[in-house]
Write a protein of this length. Structure first.
Length: 127
């Protein structure tokens, strides 16, 4: 094998390893960022859930707190800030579907979500 061939092979290997290390580092950074977001999302979700139930149960005492669930949700992939999904009601439930048709119910839900966001911001010292 000539010196030129050795140099070409060495350069090719170095480039391949360098790219692999860079990509691994990028993937590791992305995982760390995603985990940091998940740690911020849980308290946000809990604050919103608590306030949503609090506001809705004032007028609708049969409202149950179903808690929060985490997970990678398709609609939140790529978000660069704490992000959550809020399920206010289930339209497959006839009673909840009727409630969703009323302005008062939607307004109470919106107020609960707002108060939850506000409580979360205050917990960070920003509200």
């Amino acid at each position: 094998m000539t010196t030129l061939q050795k140099t070409i092979i060495g350069a090719t290997l170095a480039a391949a390893v360098g790219t692999g290390i860079y990509e691994a580092r990028q993937a590791s950074n992305a995982r760390a960022e995603a985990e940091a977001l998940r740690q911020q999302q849980a308290p946000l979700a809990e604050q919103i859930q608590q306030n949503l139930v609090k506001y809705l149960s004032r007028q609708y005492p049969d409202i149950r707190n179903l808690g929060t669930r985490g997970g990678p949700f398709w609609t939140l992939i790529g978000c660069e800030m704490p992000s959550i999904l809020v399920e206010v009601s289930h339209i497959s439930n006839a009673q909840e579907a009727q409630r969703l048709k009323t302005e008062a119910y939607r307004q109470q839900a919106a107020q609960g979500i707002y108060e939850g966001i506000l409580a979360y911001m205050q917990s960070l010292g920003k509200g």
